[in-house]
Design a protein around this ligand. Structure first.
Ligand SMILES: [Ca+2]
Ligand SMILES: [Ca+2]
Length: 563
């Protein structure tokens, strides 16, 4: 080996797995990561263009130096400083002395993070929050989804596949595929995960963000495995460069190899995950991944171990009796907020969420039940979608901080580490602005008897009415909520009045006042106004014993707005 003038030639770090693989084969599939020579800055289109140009240039230069027998290219990326291909020992010797090369490691694979399926219905506590992910797009890297499922078919915003196992495990039997049909699910895991996010609730239970759109990226084969981390990195690189609409990414999968602490520079493939994930975060896209189900203490799979991933472990949502998980472990007793015996955890694990057991959409338009950290991660991603609907400008840093704002912490007995457990209601509050209360001269907003006030009849019924609150009675259009006294007057039947923000697509389960037939009752209530700046409020009445109507008078006393 030559020594360069002015310093030692720095040989690339070749992972021990590479030499081990050469014992069995003359060619090894590797990820080669290299120094791009420019900053890892994706914060502006111009900075990203500089990075992408460097990647393209160095890719071409490295490839041009190989003999055809030394390296066979399998994948390259737009915005990730790595090459993927099969390399010979001659190619390895040639490459490792290129001073630009950082690491060469085997392109390690892994699996979906499921344990086994069970049939047990459960009620998703996030449903009661009221925000539904409208206007938010979640990319799901998984086995694809059932594109014809009645609960999913109206939610699909795009399909793509990167799947290299068995010479090509995309639906077209190739290693890549684009467009409709590219994410057809031949396993069922991805369909379950997609439903946890966005099921409409007609067949399977409603998802936690039922109005969110989904971009399905198939990266898992029919047996729910992935041969090669570079397929997942290719999916992230594709989202980064082709789907500016994607706000959130979920990966309920991980490598067989486990890592303690941040793995961003542990191997060439983890550094490739990290580059893509950091780039997505810089553009405003937050990435979620399951911690893995290996019963590991102080270790997680990749990509969960990448620092900028929001990594999620699994707790039980209730007492489901003793549970044995395949060959992994047994919990003799189970209860809500108990850390599952199978869930990995580490100092890098960000939070826990219910992942055992989750009934969701299944193949062939059916339902399926899975448990695992695979089910916990999309629940957190769906909660993030709901928060982004409420507060569209929330940055990834603020969103992650809000998701961790939970009154409940759980401790993993395996390693004594303590973590926040997702509380989507608390996260929604934490993501919101600090509001101040402002009084107005008491003012009648609505009187459906047409006595006075800006808004009159008809009496409230089961059809939603929208009122322009901002700009009336001294309430500014920027107001986020109003304090009102709502009176229900002499209805013919028992029922309740529901007041809620004008941009919410579904009325919440909570009510502002309930009443019996013939009663005149009033109640104070804080009512959220539309978060889109329109200052609107929706109102309807519900009657348990069929359709009816009720006269309502609403007086406003004050409003909540940013200081
Ligand atoms: Ca939906
Ligand atoms: Ca993290």
């Amino acid at each position: 080996m030559f020594l360069l003038a002015g310093g030692a030639a720095r040989a690339a770090v070749v992972g021990p797995s590479v030499y081990k693989a050469f014992e069995k084969s003359s060619e090894v599939r590797v990820v080669v990561s290299y120094d791009p020579g420019v900053p890892f800055d994706f914060s502006t289109p111009a900075a990203k263009a500089i990075f992408d140009a460097a990647v393209n240039l160095i890719d071409n230069d490295i490839l041009a130096r190989f003999l055809p027998s030394e390296f066979s290219l399998l994948r390259r990326f737009v915005s990730v400083n790595a090459l993927v291909g099969t390399i010979s020992m001659a190619g390895l010797l040639h490459l490792q002395n290129d001073p630009r090369i950082l690491r060469i490691d085997v392109d390690k694979g892994g699996r979906a993070h499921l344990v086994e399926a069970r049939a047990l219905a459960r009620i998703d506590p996030v449903l009661s929050v009221g925000f539904t992910g409208r206007g938010v797009t979640v990319a799901i890297l998984d086995s694809g989804l059932d594109e014809q499922h009645p609960d999913l078919m109206n939610d699909i915003a795009g399909e793509q596949c990167f799947c290299s196992g068995n010479g090509g495990c995309c639906p077209n039997r190739q290693t890549s595929q684009s467009g409709p049909g590219a994410a057809a699910d031949d396993n069922g895991h991805g369909t379950n995960v997609a439903g946890i996010v966005t099921s409409d609730g007609t067949i399977a239970p409603r998802g936690a963000a039922p109005d969110a759109k989904v971009v399905a990226v198939k990266v898992l084969a029919a047996d729910s495995s992935f041969c090669c981390s570079s397929d997942i990195v290719a999916g992230l690189d594709w989202i980064l460069n082709n789907r500016p609409d994607v706000n959130l990414v979920n990966m309920s999968l991980g490598t067989a190899d486990l890592f303690s602490g941040p793995c961003d520079s542990s191997t060439s493939y983890t550094s490739s995950y990290a580059t893509a994930i950091n780039a997505l975060r810089q553009r405003g896209t937050l990435v979620f991944a399951s911690a893995g189900n290996n019963q590991a203490a102080r270790a997680m799979a990749a990509p969960a171990c990448v620092a900028n991933v929001v990594s999620v472990g699994a707790v039980y949502d209730s007492d489901i009796g003793p549970e044995t998980f395949g060959n992994v472990c047994t919990d003799q007793t189970t209860q809500a907020d108990q850390v599952t015996c199978f869930s990995n955890s580490d100092t890098q694990t960000d939070l826990f969420a219910p992942g055992a057991i989750t009934t969701s959409t299944g193949l062939g338009g059916s339902v399926s039940s899975y448990l695992g950290t695979s089910q916990a991660s999309p629940l957190v991603a769906a909660c993030a979608a709901d928060i982004l609907q409420a507060y569209p400008g929330t940055t990834p840093d603020a969103l992650e901080a809000a998701l961790k704002q939970s009154p409940t912490r759980v401790t993993d007995p395996k390693d004594g580490l303590s973590f926040p457990r997702l509380d989507c209601q608390a996260a929604l509050s934490a993501a919101g602005p600090n509001l101040s209360y402002y009084t107005v001269t008491p003012c009648r907003l609505i009187d459906t008897r047409k006595a006075n006030g800006p808004f009159g009849g008809p009496a409230f019924g089961t059809t939603t009415r929208m009122f322009q609150i901002g700009g009336n009675c001294g309430v500014p259009t920027t107001a986020k909520a109003i304090l009102v006294n709502v009176a229900a007057i002499n209805a013919a039947a028992a029922g309740e009045v529901v007041l809620y923000a004008g941009n919410m697509s579904l009325a919440p389960a909570t009510k502002s006042i309930s009443f019996n037939a013939g009663q005149v009752l009033s109640n104070n209530a804080v009512v959220g106004l539309a978060t889109d700046g329109s200052g609107t409020m929706n109102a309807l009445a519900r009657f348990p014993n069929g359709s009816n109507q009720v006269n309502v008078a609403i007086d406003v006393y004050g409003y909540f707005d940013t200081p």
